[in-house]
Design a protein around this ligand. Structure first.
Ligand SMILES: Cc1cc2nc3c(=O)[nH]c(=O)nc-3n(C[C@H](O)[C@H](O)[C@H](O)COP(=O)(O)OP(=O)(O)OC[C@H]3O[C@@H](n4cnc5c(N)ncnc54)[C@H](O)[C@@H]3O)c2cc1C
Ligand code: FES
Ligand code: FES
Length: 1138
């Protein structure tokens, strides 16, 4: 039974099954994928297709069957083969994306039991995963393909390892086996409920207090309703309306649910984009190529337009009439001279041409309010007519285009004389633009560079916020408090304990008290019965601000205002000043690295349960640092920590984002990072960047200074790598530029400068041996065939003018452990019960990195019991107090040692019993020990290394040990569009003696793919007013399946040792992110090849991420000259480089 408040809501809210996940709420992540089945009366068949439950209005599902992940199998009953195979192939880490992945694959198999790799790629194109790097998911699913079909994607993905099982010592070179897996048996699938085939299709009306939804019975009824409610939008796929509804909180909308209009030669307006694609594919297959050139162009666009789920929901009519210039179809359809059939009750049918005149503004068309679109006529191509479509997006697939274009040229028969030319651009203005003689250099620049007025328009919609003093008396929540469902409003004065938390003596307010120092700062909270009610009410809280100047957001401005946080750090080796007096050449340069969003799929959540006695409180939270959550909640509420118990079961991804709350930032190097308005972890991040700046190189004179800029941006927190990838990247850029200046291959300069002696000291005087680092480097170049491929690339570049390739390799040395020594500790509690079962509790948090699996392995090895007898329930502050955060790649080291310690204690206690009863089973020993009053519960503790740095003297053992690696990547760029393709990556990683190769390789691939995001795609855009504009997956793009190099080879270094950590293993969580910088440097090599051909120098600025726009501009040519950058200060940019 739907409550009135729930009429508009998506399927996701209503189905109270928790398998289907809520990630973004806007169709952008695929976590909420479910299968919808409908009976198609016309063709007497049942259609199965995936949808994003978050955008599927519940009312539109009348007569449909919905299958969620619970419906296909579970660990309680029996896993479906899809579930089993993704699990076996280690395709799930935090597991948040997994149900969505499973449902996409399940639906594909329902429709096609023997899919090709291309089918799988297409089916998963709308599902994001932030953890795995996708390879293991594909590996699991590709087992459903016929062997003959399993080509192409990740052909060599099986990671090349020789692994030894910790428990059995069995040596294997495979990550998983598919022996004895369940066969796919379609006869076991759920049937479509027969009663749904007989349903009478009548008109439906749903009336709520804010909304009315009407489903018309037929076209006549629709036209009548449109006359009655001309302003009501026609909801078909809901993929435009649904997302706007979320963003704009529209009130009093009346929906008309559309009927199907049959497509003849022309395409019906409600034809979904998936059906359109199928129809176009059929036409291209069955008709002469000459007649289908237009369809081929459309297909080119449709293949990368959104993901499969959105294409299953979205319709061609909705795409056109949304009148959004970023949508791709209008430019192509206009170039093809398509016509629209529209109809109204009063005026009947009329035909209009789809061209620039149809679009009267952003989101507006020339259709009259009472008209509906019936169909679109897409003409066949004629002889001598050639059509092409183009789109450039932030990501190659599943991303809105920055610019799109449709082009048609007609030649005079048998000649090369152009008779007519039709070129339309989308994304270069608020409406579709037809290219005529009037194309201005500005528009040309937009189309070439992807900077466009649409984004300016988007910025106008953003909150325009200036800064501001305010006093708490200036907050007026009275209107909000009067709204339905609202319980109360809380602000600083309501906090019973302290309104500020301390982080190493740096205070941070929960609710702003006197001064708001950034956009988005929390000033109060509305408590309401539902999230929607709270959101709506929050809009009605009135706050009066008083402007406070100066306000600035960028590093440049912070330097001007000398606005820095303390402490300012410096590390120095050798004598820099003296060295500068004697060197041959001095090279000065700067590199800008953008920040990165954690984009963990599971958003933050917390349930607090007051226990009613003595102020006791139970917290169920997804935090990487349960002890800190317990402490801060205690301080805020004025309750002692002993009354607060914090439970963490597992986290849907974290990557450092759930410890507290992004770092943007030779030799003599000064690092600046934008710390935002409060310090948070920024100074520690800066320290880590400085501590990593030597990377693999022994540079005798090296100085780094680190300054954290205080600006009026929100203060973000650390991301995986915690400053390491930034520190390393800067050093690699230095070596790259030195190579260019000296005219040497970059890899040669790297080799010349590497640490080589058996005993080396870092720039902060920490002793280490680079032997395994050098082995990683040599093996990586060898396995990648670097030298041969370099030659092949040079040849490719000679023969290709507009496409260039580049290859780059980097070594890596990455510190493991906390440089703040006190965090290097771990604790565990192990209980053995009388039935022989074992319960392990430890202070780490499981977020997909496999810490629990490794803890189980360790306990199993020491206690000599099977892993199935050991259980880990949750992380709980009541069992293991004061635990350090699971971070710094140190979780397993700390927790593993503590579990080992506890288990060894227990084994020492059990030893006499075992010796006295050598024939007993484990369970008998335990019962016997119990009878002898032997304690079967033990705590374990790991006293980690005393790391620390003396910053005054630039010395100290900052890390426990170093994890080494090397990586080589090859890319291809398109010099005209700035697009790039990642072709191949080879990684050799030293993880010591891996505790679990499958988990370690999962971390390497996952970290590497996140690094692809950091260095090439993920771009945070801030408005000049300091508002983050890239919010959510529609604006901020993380790598999707299409970004993973089709050849991704990961090798674990054989015979590697690490006497410092548990069972000779090494921490691996953070280091691999940096390896993706090889993609950045390979892009730089490719751009340099393009520039060389035009007589330009190899030295040029390229900021990270290397986006399409930056690559295009770096490939300077006659076209970029036609669109010069406007002078600074002569225009207001739509986004700023913070
Ligand atoms: C995550 C995501 C990614 C996307 N990526 C892309 C992309 O890469 N490229 C791209 O081009 N698009 C993309 N889209 C947009 C998507 O293609 C459009 O939202 C979709 O085509 C709109 O169709 P719909 O049926 O969902 O429209 P609805 O949301 O149902 O309606 C949209 C508008 O069209 C009007 N309308 C619809 N049909 C009719 C009709 N027959 N008569 C009169 N008015 C009508 C409605 O009144 C409404 O104003 C993406 C969307 C999402 C959510
Ligand atoms: S939650 Fe539905 S697509 Fe992200
Ligand atoms: S496993 Fe895919 S998002 Fe975590």
């Amino acid at each position: 039974m739907l409550s009135q408040n729930h009429l508009h809501v998506s399927l996701l809210y209503i189905v109270l099954l928790t398998g289907t996940k809520y990630g973004c709420g806007g169709g952008g992540c695929g976590a909420c994928t479910v299968m919808v089945s409908r009976y198609d009366q016309l063709h007497n068949r049942v259609l199965h297709y995936t949808v994003n439950a978050c955008l599927q209005p519940i009312c539109t599902l009348h007569g449909s069957a919905v299958v969620t992940v619970e419906g296909i199998g579970s660990t309680k009953t029996k896993l479906h083969p899809v579930q089993e195979r993704i699990a076996k192939a280690h395709g799930s880490q935090c597991g948040f994306c997994t149900p969505g992945m499973v449902m996409s694959m399940y639906t594909l198999l329902r429709n096609k039991p023997h899919p090709t790799m291309e089918d799988i790629r297409e089916a998963l194109g709308g599902n994001l995963c932030r953890c795995t790097g996708y390879r293991p998911i594909i590996d699991g699913f590709k087992t459903f393909c016929d062997v003959s079909n399993a080509f192409n994607l990740f052909p060599q993905a099986s990671c090349l390892i020789q692994s030894t099982c910790l428990l059995t010592n069995h040596i294997s070179d495979e990550l998983f086996h598919m022996d004895n897996v369940l066969p796919l048996d379609p006869s076991q699938d759920l049937i479509f409920p027969p009663e749904l085939m007989k349903r009478a299709c009548g008109s439906l009306c749903f009336q709520g207090d804010r909304l009315k939804l009407i489903s018309p019975v037929d076209l006549t009824n629709l036209l009548e309703l449109k006359t009655e409610y001309p302003e009501a939008p026609v909801v078909v796929g809901n993929t435009t309306i649904g997302t706007n509804l979320l963003l704009c909180h529209l009130l009093f909308v009346i929906y008309l649910l559309c009927v199907h209009v049959h497509a003849g030669v022309s395409v019906g307006a409600v034809c979904t984009l998936s059906s359109l694609k199928e129809e176009m594919e059929m036409a291209v297959r069955e008709m002469e190529a000459e007649r289908t050139r237009g369809y081929q162009a459309l297909l080119q666009t449709l293949r990368c337009l959104a993901g499969k789920q959105i294409r299953n929901m979205a319709t061609i009519g909705g795409n056109i009439l949304s009148a959004n210039p970023k949508y791709d179809l209008n430019s192509v359809l206009a170039a093809l001279d398509c016509t629209l059939q529209v109809m109204s009750k009063e005026n009947g049918t009329r035909e209009i041409t789809l061209n620039e005149e149809l679009f009267t503004g952003f989101g507006k068309t020339a259709l009259r309010p009472d008209e509906v679109l019936l169909s679109i006529d897409i003409p066949y191509s004629k002889p001598w007519e050639f059509v092409s479509a183009f789109r450039q997006a932030q990501r190659r697939e599943f991303a809105f285009s920055i610019v799109n274009a449709g082009m048609k040229v007609v030649f005079k028969e048998g000649s090369n004389i152009v008779e007519s030319l039709n070129i339309y651009y989308g994304g270069v203005g608020p409406t579709l633009v037809k290219v005529g003689r009037t194309l201005t250099p500005q528009a040309l620049r937009c189309s070439a560079l992807g900077r466009c007025a649409t984004q300016e328009a988007a910025c106008r919609f953003s909150d325009h916020v200036s800064l501001f003093h305010f006093k708490t008396s200036d907050i007026d929540p009275s209107e909000a408090l009067g709204m339905t469902g609202v319980v109360t409003f809380l602000s600083a004065g309501d906090v019973p304990g302290q309104n500020r938390r301390m982080w190493f003596n740096n205070p941070e307010e929960l609710f702003a008290e006197e001064e708001v120092t950034c956009v988005g700062q929390i000033i109060g909270a509305v408590v309401a019965e539902s999230r929607e009610q709270a959101r709506r009410a929050a809009q009605r809280v009135k706050v009066t601000y008083q402007d406070l100047l100066p306000v600035f957001f960028t590093i440049e401005e912070a330097i001007q205002h000398q606005s820095f946080f303390d402490p300012k750090r410096k590390l120095e080796r050798g004598d820099m000043d003296k060295a500068f007096e004697t060197v041959d050449q001095i090279l000065e340069d700067e590199i800008y690295l953008g920040g990165q969003e954690h984009f963990y799929m599971e958003t933050q959540g917390l349930i607090a349960v007051p226990k009613g006695e003595n102020g006791e409180l139970e917290l169920f939270v997804a935090s990487q640092h349960a002890a800190y959550t317990q402490e801060v909640v205690g301080i805020t509420l004025g309750i002692d920590s002993n009354k607060i118990t914090c439970h963490v079961r597992r986290l849907g991804g974290a990557f450092g984002g759930k410890v507290m709350k992004i770092l943007s930032s030779e030799s003599d190097i000064t690092y600046y990072s934008n710390g935002g308005c409060t310090l948070d972890e920024s100074s520690f991040i800066m320290e880590k960047a400085l501590l990593h700046m030597d990377n693999a190189y022994r540079i005798p004179n090296l100085r780094g200074r680190g300054l954290v800029c205080k600006t009026y941006l929100p203060s973000y927190t650390a991301f995986r790598g915690f400053g390491g990838p930034q520190g390393l990247m800067v050093m690699e850029s230095v070596l790259h530029e030195v190579a260019v200046k000296c005219g040497l291959p970059p890899q040669k300069v790297r080799e010349i400068n590497m640490y080589r002696e058996e005993e080396c000291y870092t720039h902060h005087k920490q002793l280490f041996s680079p032997r395994d680092m050098l082995r990683c480097w040599d093996e990586c170049l060898d396995k990648a065939g670097y030298h041969d491929r370099l030659q092949a690339i040079q040849q490719f570049n000679t023969y290709n003018r507009w496409k260039k390739r580049g290859i780059s390799a980097v070594p890596m040395k990455f510190g493991v452990g906390f440089s703040k020594g006190f965090y290097n500790q771990g604790a565990a509690l192990v209980n053995i019960y009388k039935d022989g079962s074992v319960l392990v509790a430890h202070g780490g948090t499981e977020m997909g990195q496999g810490i629990n699996t490794k803890a189980l392995q360790i306990a199993g090895r020491i206690l000599k019991v099977p892993m199935s007898s050991i259980h880990i329930k949750e992380t709980c502050t009541g069992n293991v107090p004061n635990a350090a955060p699971s971070a710094a790649s140190f979780g397993t080291d700390a927790v593993g040692m503590a579990v080992k310690d506890a288990c060894e204690k227990l084994m020492r206690r059990l030893k006499p019993v075992m010796e006295n009863h050598p024939k007993y089973t484990w369970q008998q020993w335990i019962v016997e020990a119990y009878c002898q009053k032997v304690s079967l519960s033990a705590t374990g503790f790991f006293l980690g290394p005393h790391t620390g740095v003396d910053w005054e003297n630039s010395e100290g053992t900052a890390y426990y040990y170093f994890t080494f690696g090397a990586c080589c990547s090859e890319v291809e760029i398109d010099c005209l569009t700035g697009d790039h393709k990642n072709l191949r990556t080879d990684i050799v990683m030293d993880v010591g003696e891996s505790l679990n190769p499958a988990l370690d390789i999962g971390q390497i691939e996952g970290g590497f793919v996140q690094g692809i995001g950091l260095y090439t795609i993920e771009e945070l855009q801030f408005s000049p007013e300091g508002v983050l504009m890239t919010r959510g997956p529609s604006q901020y793009k993380i790598p999707a399946l299409c970004d993973v190099p089709p050849q991704l080879n990961v090798h674990l270094l054989a015979n590697a040792q690490n006497p410092h950590a548990i069972y000779n293993s090494k921490g691996i969580g953070e280091p691999p992110v940096f390896l993706a910088s090889t993609i950045f440097f390979a892009i730089k090599e490719a751009v340099a090849a393009a520039r060389r051909e035009r007589g330009l120098g190899d030295s040029f600025p390229l900021s990270s991420p290397a986006t399409a726009e930056r690559i295009r501009m770096a490939c300077e040519d006659q076209f970029t000259e036609m669109a010069p950058s406007p002078k600074k200060g002569t225009f207001k940019p739509w986004s700023i480089n913070i």
